[in-house]
Design a protein around this ligand. Sequence first.
Ligand code: XIL
Length: 387
Amino acid sequence: MLRSPSNSPGGVSRRVVLGGGLAAGAGGCAQAQPVVAPARDLGGNPGPGLWEIARGRGIAFGAAVQAQLLATDPAYEQAYAREAGVLVPEFEGKWSVLQPKEGEFDFRLLEAIVQWGQARGRTTRGHALVWHEAFPEWAVNALSEGAPRARAVMAAHIARVLSTTRLRIRDWDVVNEVIADPPGSDTPQAEGELRNSPFLRALGPSYIETAFRLAREQDPTLRLVLNDYGLEEDTPWAAEKRRRLLNLVRSLVRARVPIDAVGIQAHLQMDRPFRPQVFGDFVRALRAEGLSVLVTELDIREASSVPDDFVARDRLIAERAGAFISSALEAGVKTFLTWGLVDRYSWLVLEPAVGRRDGKLHRGLPLDWEYNRKEMWRAMARAFASA
Ligand code: XIL
């Protein structure tokens, strides 16, 4: 799954990195960065992890995790054991993994994560029941076969997944990314306020309400979450996305749809302005509807204008993380997850679509390429500790 970073000649072999002393560190060979300290073992990251620091203040902290890496990379596993109190499967709870063929469910990878967590007293949250991505071809086709068939397919998936997992996974993203990107964005999805997804095309706007009601039927005590992105920053684009989301949420609450919380993904971008007041007001408006608000996928994308120097870069990222988390805490957010924990495996590094355009590697997670805590970790620890 790990592809060689484009700006590290020949790729960085994990053996070499774990062996320590990789000159220039995180894929920095081509960037003539200063030598990064060798990878340290657990002893190099002493003291309580983020989840324990957060827990001391009544806050939950966790991260997206990959079952395959938990099983194969001991340093990765140690990092999660140390830092993450909540786990969310990066792939393993998505439709294409759980039901790759109609009626054929496979919970093995998801169960591996849940069990790893249970053995260590960590909880797992579910992600995501209804999403237009990681959605297999058979299901796209089935949804196009008319509303009754579409509803039955959606109902069967929700019922099977929740009835199988409900005693161990108590918190689910029921719908993910249902708000359309505002016009003027670079996606072709801008059609009305809801995303033009296979679900919308098959069932109309009520598919959202239907999904929540189907989920609630399986268990009255699960936390049912609506999760979305692009809501955090102080731009007209994000303001429009916030307006649309608030609109939707208010109409769901008015219709007594069983929604418990809104998940704010928080894939932050350094080239967009962030204003704590604006973001805090949005969180407070959601909470005024009686909902909890979670930060579900925090990571930070750098602009290419950031300095080359790792120390300066990491300081800017840390400042943004600290400001964001502090404003969320102040507005009443009590659950924070980052989307991954270690830069080495971040989708910001592995996915060209979200990678830096200049070929350099993002440093948008609390632990660096060699699993060491960096400034972002310290900014998060400070924000949690002073909550
Ligand atoms: C991403 C994964 O991290 C990638 O590896 C995958 O290829 C695509 O999905 N919002 C979400 C997550 O809700 O599920 C996405 O995860 C990131 C954006």
